[in-house]
Design a protein around this ligand. Structure first.
Ligand SMILES: [Zn+2]
Length: 354
């Protein structure tokens, strides 16, 4: 194995600008563990962390990367591991960090903790051969999954589950418009909508991506060209009613179409704004159609265990799985960032530690 190394954001710059440097793996403090990473997966957060977010001060230099899976190599003194895990065994990482003792944490709403942050954004993350994380952030790898699948799973599935189940309160038989069906979070949402008894109308940028959305269980797939025509198509597919839920993460480019495509009494749930955060919209549409808008960020760590339980019930035919677009070597992490930014892939961009 190559000598330990990590990538670091020394100063904010374009995608692909993190710099490789040697790493001396640190010892975990009490309550923490050191993971020898076997795989990590990228998220748009890696790009925002690298490029910098206006008004957000990050602790540079910083190793990006929120998702990862590997071997529990060292355990801090007196640390208790979650059920089913042991030193020397494998685990995947829940990416959210919180204090564990405030009222929000105690009721399980860890992403509402005042000190909530995401691995690789507020502290050194997984674009490295080794990472230190709290033991409470370890989760067993689902049955029959390799490290790459495990690394590609937590952040996007946790986000999509929180949006669909807890923010939108999706009910069986309802219809969900999923923007960016080829993205990591979009490909997770299509599968979860089906698993929860709903129907997904996926939106993608090309015919090639459309085929893959069908395979994931989308009821309808629309290729995004003219957004006005797209809203009309959604009304046609839903008997002029519109969709019950809009799964938003694109933001400025799609928001007014999301409002137009939403049914009376429907819900628009958003977890991001990859095309920009500022958008005008009609308050008239909001009140006249009685639309509920819900913001969502990550998800409860507990729900990764819920998803694991669902996967363990049917290990040979899992109801959902991460979609992996391509696998880079970790040494190629900057190239993996540039590939993600180009947006031409379908599913998660993963780095393998060889
Ligand atoms: Zn807390």
């Amino acid at each position: 194995m190559a000598a330990p190394f990590r990538f670091r954001i020394l100063q904010h710059g374009p995608a692909g600008s993190p710099v490789r440097e040697p790493l001396t793996p640190g010892d975990p403090k009490p309550g923490w563990v050191r993971l020898e990473l076997k795989a990590m997966a990228l998220n748009h957060l890696d790009l925002w962390t690298t490029e910098g977010i206006p008004g957000v001060r990050l602790p540079l230099p910083l190793t990006p990367g929120s998702d990862g899976a590997g071997i529990i190599e060292a355990v801090g003194e007196g640390t208790v591991l979650p059920p089913g895990l042991e030193a020397g065994g494998s685990a995947m990482i829940a990416p959210g960090l919180s204090c564990g003792v405030c009222p929000a944490c105690l009721r399980g709403d860890d992403m509402l903790c005042p000190s909530y942050g995401v691995l690789g954004h507020v502290c050194d993350g997984t674009a490295a051969t080794h990472v230190l994380v709290p033991a409470a952030n370890l989760v067993p790898i689902p049955p029959n999954w390799d490290f790459e699948q495990a690394a590609a799973f937590p952040l996007v599935f946790l986000t999509a589950w929180e949006m669909l189940v807890h923010k939108a309160a999706l009910r069986p038989g309802e219809t969900v418009l999923v923007w960016g069906g080829g993205s990591g979070v979009g490909s997770a949402a299509i599968q979860l909508v089906r698993a929860l008894g709903g129907s997904a109308i996926a939106v993608v940028g090309s015919e090639a991506k459309a085929m893959k959305c069908w395979d994931l269980g989308a009821e309808h797939v629309l290729v995004r060209d003219d957004l006005k025509a797209l809203a009309a198509k959604v009304r046609e597919l839903t008997g002029k009613r519109g969709v019950d839920v809009v799964f938003e993460h694109a933001g400025a480019a799609t928001w007014s179409t999301s409002m137009a495509a939403c049914a009376r009494g429907g819900r628009v749930v958003t977890c991001g704004a990859t095309t920009g955060p500022e958008t005008p919209f009609s308050l008239q549409a909001l009140f006249a159609k009685q639309i509920q808008i819900r913001g969502s960020y990550m998800g409860r760590r507990e729900h990764l265990w819920t998803l694991l339980a669902l996967l363990r019930k049917n290990p040979t035919n899992p109801p959902f799985r991460p979609v992996i677009d391509c696998v880079f070597d970790l040494a190629e992490y900057p190239a993996a960032q540039r590939h993600l930014e180009a947006g031409q892939g379908f599913g998660k961009v993963v780095c393998r530690v060889s």
